[in-house]
Design a protein around this ligand. Structure first.
Ligand code: SAM
Length: 289
């Protein structure tokens, strides 16, 4: 079958099936061969790999994944796309199409069944409003994972890979960088999609660390500190922690912890590295005992 990255082919398939784009599912289909090349090469897919594709649409990227990988499972929420996928992927016998909301899919079970529990690669071009929850739930749930290569809103990609002291640095940067090494693979302009989205996009690969880059006694406490310090970005860390509904440390306890962690009283959360947040969390954890 002719490649769906050819815009004429995409339009032909959509018309043939009388497909209506659903805004609620964030449907913008890729129509650029070079972007597909970049996604496939960033994801570093080999014939050994089992790939989970989230949101295949009409199968544009799935066709390429099927050629590159050993096996692909493509999870699509919109049942109107299933007959289209069956047609566009008919030549590939290594693709399983699953009609389901990925948020309700047992991905660990899928990894067990299809990949013997070994780490899987995830590739996705998703609606932007569910991208961050899906990425975080993949990391936090402990699904065996090698990498996630995902198309995101450009601003989100910049936040994921931001370093301390920059305007994009925040809770998302620290959450992502605790679990994975980010690599910005491509910027993707609006005209690479049908229909054209309102914002620019980027492809980012998040390569899962076997071990987190920092060891912390109480991971949950560290993330509470991180959220508290970025909730009130313009305030000092002291005030951010004091005002957080998730924490109940007194001003004196916070001052003591900052001193023990070697941080000045007026330090701002946005300047702290992951290592410094981990060290501070360990001081608080010791004080709670
Ligand atoms: N991958 C295709 C491409 O690049 O052309 C389609 C990308 S489109 C931005 C997002 C796709 O994700 C749509 O096909 C949409 O129906 C699907 N989708 C949205 N929410 C989903 C969910 N919760 N679970 C599975 N698929 C979802």
């Amino acid at each position: 079958m002719e490649k769906l990255s050819n815009p004429q082919k995409t339009i032909e398939v959509i018309k043939k099936h009388g497909f209506d784009f659903q805004k609620k599912f964030g449907q913008n289909f890729l129509i650029d061969e070079h972007v597909l090349d970049k996604i496939i090469s960033a994801a570093e897919i080999t014939k050994e790999d089992f790939v989970l594709e989230i949101g295949p649409g009409i199968g544009t990227m799935t066709q390429r994944l099927a050629e590159a990988a050993r096996e692909v499972a493509a999870v699509e929420i919109d049942r109107n796309l299933i007959p289209i996928l069956q047609e566009t992927l008919a030549e590939h016998d290594n693709v399983t199409i699953i009609n389901k909301d990925v948020l309700k899919l047992d991905i660990a079970e899928l990894a067990r069944e299809k990949n013997g529990g070994r780490p899987i690669k995830v590739v996705a071009n998703l609606p932007y409003y569910i991208t961050t929850p899906i990425i975080m739930s993949l990391f936090e749930s402990g699904v065996p994972l090698s990498s996630i290569t995902v198309m995101v809103q450009k601003e989100v990609a910049l936040r994921m890979q931001a370093q301390p002291g920059t305007k994009d640095y925040g809770a998302l940067s620290l959450a992502v960088q605790y679990y994975a090494e980010p690599y910005l693979a491509a910027n993707v302009p609006q005209n690479c999609f049908i229909p054209r989205p309102n914002v620019g996009s980027a492809v980012i690969r998040l390569a899962r660390y076997a071990e987190p880059p920092v060891h912390v006694k109480d991971e949950k406490l560290m993330f509470r500190l991180i959220r508290a310090s970025f909730n009130q970005r313009r305030k000092t860390l002291l005030n951010g922690l004091k005002n957080s509904p998730e924490l109940s440390f007194s001003r004196e306890e916070i001052l003591e912890a900052l001193a023990r962690a070697g941080l000045p009283e007026n330090v701002r959360g946005e300047t702290l590295t992951l290592e410094q947040f981990a060290a501070l969390a360990d001081v608080f954890a010791d004080m709670q005992i």
